[in-house]
Design a protein around this ligand. Structure first.
Ligand SMILES: Nc1ncnc2c1ncn2[C@@H]1O[C@H](COP(=O)(O)OP(=O)(O)OP(=O)(O)O)[C@@H](O)[C@H]1O
Ligand SMILES: [Mg+2]
Length: 232
């Protein structure tokens, strides 16, 4: 059975999509088989990976219009990917999605879900099937609140992992609150020029800037998640 990990935060721009991509590469580097799925109707991840003209999307798989094999794309960075659809919220159905994932499950150690910042059917569908939620949190009240609102919606028995996306400023009170409500991972993702320079590339920063500090940070984050999930 694969472990299903969902990137979530109702605050926009907290790096859910960037992290979903970079972690999928990091997990793959650690020898894991990874399936990444774009569940955001905006399709940012699908755009970044250069798959906007894919013939089959997650919406086709959820409505049985295509076979799983025709919808899963192998990427040059060695993880598999299912492209997103602007129609996802009209066809999201938790039971159908759970069935789809259970068919994919034997092939993968991890399934990574990228979700939107809006409280939508696709987001709730993802939260329902997840074993763990990973919250990227910046040290701002809106980012903490965006994570907290999701945390309060979720059934018990799910791991609530969080990491800080930091710039130079700190906020000790907010950090204490985050630690109280989430399992805060011991690695932070700093602001990075390489990530910005890499924005027009379909490869992750781990491939384009292999030896950069940001790539090491994402590898450390990946390793600590694998430890938390007992996958390493
Ligand atoms: N560590 C970082 N350093 C610098 N820029 C970053 C970093 N992480 C993400 N970004 C940039 O911030 C922007 C927002 O990131 P991203 O799209 O991953 O956020 P998101 O949470 O998925 O947004 P949305 O809520 O719109 O889906 C992107 O332009 C991305 O390249
Ligand atoms: Mg996004």
């Amino acid at each position: 059975m694969s472990s299903i990990i969902t990137l979530a935060n109702l605050a926009g721009g907290t790096s859910k999509t960037t992290t979903a991509h970079n972690l999928s590469v990091a997990f793959t580097e650690y020898g894991k088989k990874v399936l990444l799925i774009d569940l955001d109707a905006k399709g940012d991840l699908t755009f970044i990976l250069g798959k906007e003209s894919a013939r089959v999307t997650i919406a086709d798989l959820l409505t049985d219009k295509a076979s799983i094999d025709s919808g899963v794309i192998s990427t040059p960075e060695r993880f598999d990917f299912i492209p997103g659809s602007s129609n996802i919220n009209n066809v999201s159905q938790q039971e159908t999605f759970a069935n789809l994932l259970s068919k994919c499950s034997p092939k993968y150690d991890l399934i990574v879900l990228d979700t939107p910042s809006t409280p939508s059917t696709a987001l709730f569908m993802a939260l329902e099937v997840s074993n763990s939620i990973l919250y990227p949190i910046q040290l701002t009240v809106s980012s903490f609140r965006g994570a907290h609102r999701i945390r309060s919606l979720i059934k018990p028995g799910i791991k609530h992992l969080a990491f800080l996306k930091t710039d130079s400023s700190r906020n000790e009170n907010l950090e204490r609150e985050i630690m109280h409500d989430f399992e805060l991972l011991d690695c932070e993702i700093p602001m990075s020029k390489e990530l910005l320079d890499n924005e027009s590339s379909s490869s992750s920063v781990l491939s384009s800037f292999k030896n950069s500090a940001i790539s090491s940070s994402y590898r450390e984050l990946g390793y600590s998640i694998l430890e938390k999930l007992s996958l390493i």
